[in-house]
Unconditional design. Structure first.
Length: 392
């Protein structure tokens, strides 16, 4: 009986120890803490707020959106109304057409892939042609490089094929058109604004990664930057947020523009453009990407001719997509880019040294207000830069 009792007591002790072990198993790891949502309501100084409002006044548009970035602080503003019969004010989620500001995102994609060693600026465009494509003798004698495409120094004309083709058809038509060109100016000799050059850049980058331009841009630029509305093929829900195009012109429907996404087909919002500007003004390790895109590869003084680069002011140099203007009495040295078409105008300006930037999108093409708006945005950038300098 004693032996039986001892066995029962021993078994109970083992069972208790096992229960203790089970009760002490490590607690499950808590789920990762979600990153805080970006905020777009950083306060502006009274002078800066007045200058932002002046951008709308200068636009003479029915609707205008503005994004302001100072370092990591972002502010998005809307003025006017989203449509003639809708008194709602546009805001940071209102969709607008970027038009040629799309080129800056193509250039950013190029810089990102160069930083990762996936392509080089000196790669010839012909390397990325469709299977079986061969350049004409003129093109092979003086190859167009990727850096030429991104700096308007390729010798290609402004446009090559009609707009509006589906992506695959547009790509095929572009390369077929290029194969017929025999008398293009020598690349690098001068700068002539070119939409088709940027569409070829998009083709080349897509071919390098064997994926579509839209998927590649989302994977390398808009996705990492958190830009959820920047695309050439907006959803029906996003299209419902599109600000009306110029009310004095025929309306442009919200359609897929993937065929010219790299040159001018992107849609976006002030919130998204604030996120992108913040990445373009990032410090530290993130500077590699923007150091490549914002470097100046062609100086006006070294070019035999310059055409189509002075829409917002006299260009002194060209980066990857960016137009450089030297400091003058109105603003410090800036990088800028204009866009226009389909009833919208757009403008971006940054002061990389002081990490400030401004984006404007508005719907007045009829009034020819781009230069006035650019001057007003430059004045806001200059005020922000002065405030940053005073705080140092």
């Amino acid at each position: 009986m004693k032996a039986l009792f001892e066995g029962v007591r021993y078994g109970a002790a083992i069972a208790g120890a096992l229960a203790l072990l089970v009760g002490c198993k490590p607690a499950p790891k808590p789920p990762p803490v979600a990153a805080p949502l970006p905020r777009f309501d950083a306060p502006l100084s009274q002078p800066a707020a007045a200058l932002a409002a002046n951008i709308f006044a200068q636009s003479e548009a029915s609707g205008t959106v503005v994004a302001v970035v100072r370092g990591d602080a972002m502010t998005t503003l809307g003025f006017g109304r989203v449509a003639p019969r809708d008194a709602s004010s546009p805001d940071g989620r209102t969709l607008v057409r970027l038009q040629s500001v799309s080129k800056l995102l193509a250039a950013d994609l190029l810089a990102t892939m160069v930083a990762k060693g996936q392509v080089t600026l000196a790669d010839p465009l012909a390397r990325f042609g469709p299977p079986g494509w061969t350049p004409t003798k003129g093109l092979s004698d003086a190859p167009i490089l990727l850096v030429n495409l991104a700096t308007h120094t390729s010798g290609l004309p402004r446009d090559g094929i009609p707009p509006g083709l589906p992506a695959d058809a547009a790509t095929a038509a572009r390369w077929s058109w290029l194969a017929q060109q025999t008398t293009l100016p020598r690349p690098g000799r001068g700068a002539q604004y070119s939409n088709v050059a940027f569409d070829f850049l998009g083709d080349a980058l897509s071919a390098a990664r064997k994926t579509s331009y839209g998927q590649l841009l989302a994977a390398e630029v808009t996705g990492p930057d958190g830009m959820r509305d920047t695309t050439a093929s907006p959803s029906a829900q996003a299209c419902a947020r599109l600000m009306t195009s110029d009310p004095r012109r025929p309306r442009h429907p919200c359609i897929d523009q993937s065929g010219e996404a790299a040159s001018g087909g992107l849609y976006s919002t002030a919130d998204d453009m604030a996120l992108w500007l913040r990445s373009q003004l990032a410090p530290g390790a993130e500077r590699d990407r923007r150091r490549i895109s914002q470097a100046i590869y062609a100086r006006r003084s070294a070019l035999a001719y310059v055409g189509g680069l002075d829409h917002a002011g006299r260009a002194t140099g060209v980066g990857l997509g960016w137009i450089e203007e030297d400091a003058d009495g109105a603003h410090p040295r800036i990088l800028e880019k204009t866009g226009g078409g389909d009833g919208f105008l757009s403008y971006v300006v940054i002061d990389p040294e002081r990490r400030v930037g401004v984006f404007v999108g508005f719907n007045n093409m009829s009034g020819h207000r781009l230069e006035a708006v650019a001057d007003a945005a430059d004045a806001l950038a200059a005020e922000l830069a002065a405030e940053v300098s005073a705080a140092r």
